[in-house]
Design a protein around this ligand. Structure first.
Ligand code: ADP
Ligand code: ASP
Ligand code: MG
Length: 424
């Protein structure tokens, strides 16, 4: 007998049928002799629909109220799921994030978990019940307000709870059979990975592979919590996210590239005609940091000898675009640059693999396959196990497929099934 934390994403509980199907799976796990804690997301596209509604009543909804609204989505699914389990003759109790002891920072919309005090969950388990926890939400102890963890945050709730409860495994149930070499919605010939390391998954998640929330992978690595990503629509073995690939496994670990991620959520800001002097870049990025905006890639051109002026480009989430341009306009006089360009039609394509460390030539191969596909590279950034490029958003899918083929990742037979979800 063990303790298993299972997380079901929105597409797995999209309607009453889905909730009943998931309830059956949970009860089967319980009947197999395990203690079960379930983390559930809002049904289907509920979170997006609530966001749309908020934007209809206010162009800039208040953060506290937005969190209040969004956390309602998970409340609906947790209560319905508990009812469906009760209907199968098993006791289930639902808990909000706050009741489950998920304590967070106070930043609305992207709070971080500070601690988990799951007293009520252990109590419910000790009394033989199945505990259902609302994902994606917590509470800040100082403000006493509910918070959300950022889009896709239910994965992080699940891993944080699994770590706090010292669970044997954290199972993440979704609408595909596991983690693939690329998003199966873009590359139908993507291959399912047997294992992927925390290190590789961190880079994939940070590069836009939304199959797992970035912070959930950080958490799993810190507590060495194995994650099993699998489908709630099939009984297939999924992908294990673990510390190291197993010795002598026949997985893709021999491959140089573990996977390819793509991201359409970023935009590019270019500050044109910046004086090329010490301290200017620091001033620009300090202003951006003061507004709590995370930036990703940065490129600074060589300054033209005649003018001593240069251009600085950086990428950031599209959602921060207008905020960043407003801030830069404010310091334009002080710094003396000539203009700001904003471009939200960009896409980011990233190759990730620990094998890159020992294989020269990955970059050359990557860039030449993009050239053959007619994809122009606008920016480049690398880490030890990742190469990312920015291209036109309209070229992104084409580029992903070209790289997938160039690095021999295509499956002989199509094995990637997308069972549900709108891909929103
Ligand atoms: P959930 O609602 O279960 O949290 P998400 O939509 O957040 O599901 O994540 C699952 C989706 O992630 C898949 O449907 C797929 O389109 C996308 N995805 C992106 N990259 C990958 C990848 N490398 N492997 C599998 N799925 C991926
Ligand atoms: N419901 C939230 C979202 O759609 C959290 C999650 O599903 O993980 O982002
Ligand atoms: Mg998700």
């Amino acid at each position: 007998m063990g303790l298993i934390v299972q997380k079901y994403g929105g597409s797995s509980v999209a309607d009453a049928e889905g909730l009943k199907r998931v309830a059956n799976r949970i009860v089967a796990t319980k009947k197999a002799g395990h203690q079960v804690v379930v983390v559930v997301s809002a049904m289907g596209d509920t979170t997006d629909e609530l966001l749309d509604l908020a934007n209809q009543v206010s162009p800039l909804p208040n953060g506290r109220e937005l969190d209040m609204l969004l956390t309602a989505g998970e409340r609906i699914s947790m209560a319905l799921l508990a009812m469906a389990i009760n209907n199968l003759g098993h006791e289930a109790r639902s808990f909000t994030g706050s009741q489950a002891g998920v304590l967070t920072t106070s930043t609305h919309g992207r709070a971080r978990i500070i601690d988990v005090a799951p007293g009520r969950i252990t109590e419910a388990l000790a009394e033989g019940a199945i505990a259902i926890v609302a994902g994606f939400q917590g509470i800040n102890q100082e403000t006493k307000d509910v918070t959300t963890l950022g889009r896709g945050g239910s994965d992080t709730t699940a891993v944080a709870l699994a770590a706090a409860l010292e669970a044997d495994v954290c199972e993440i149930y979704t609408d595909v059979d596991g983690i693939f070499t690329a998003d199966p919605r873009v590359v139908p010939s993507a291959r399912k990975l047997k294992t992927v390391t925390y290190e590789e998954m961190l880079e994939l998640a940070a590069s836009g592979a939304k199959v797992l929330h970035l912070r959930c992978v950080e958490y799993a690595r810190r507590y060495d919590m194995p994650i099993h990503v699998r489908s709630s629509f099939s009984n297939n073995e999924g992908t294990w996210v673990v510390k190291d690939h197993p010795e002598g496994g026949t997985n893709m670990e021999q491959a140089v590239i573990a996977g390819i991620a793509h991201d359409k959520s970023e935009a590019k800001v270019t500050v044109v005609g910046v004086p090329d002097r010490a301290g200017i870049a620091a001033r620009i990025f300090q202003a951006i940091a003061d507004a709590d905006i995370n930036i990703d890639m940065i490129v600074q051109n060589v300054s033209a000898a005649a003018t001593g002026l240069t251009d600085i480009s950086f990428t950031l989430p599209k959602t921060e675009g207008s905020n960043a341009t407003t801030i830069l306009q404010r310091i334009q006089g002080e710094i003396g640059f000539s203009s700001i360009q904003y471009d939200d039609q960009i896409g980011k394509l990233s190759l990730v693999g620990a094998g890159m460390r020992s294989h020269p030539g990955v970059t050359a191969n990557f860039f030449s396959c993009l050239a053959d596909a007619g994809v122009n590279i606008e920016m480049i950034s690398t880490s030890e196990i990742r190469i990312s490029i920015i291209c036109r958003e309209s070229d992104l899918d084409k580029g992903v497929r070209a790289a997938h083929t160039a690095f021999d990742l295509d499956a002989d037979q199509v094995e990637a099934v997308v069972y549900g979800g709108s891909g929103r």
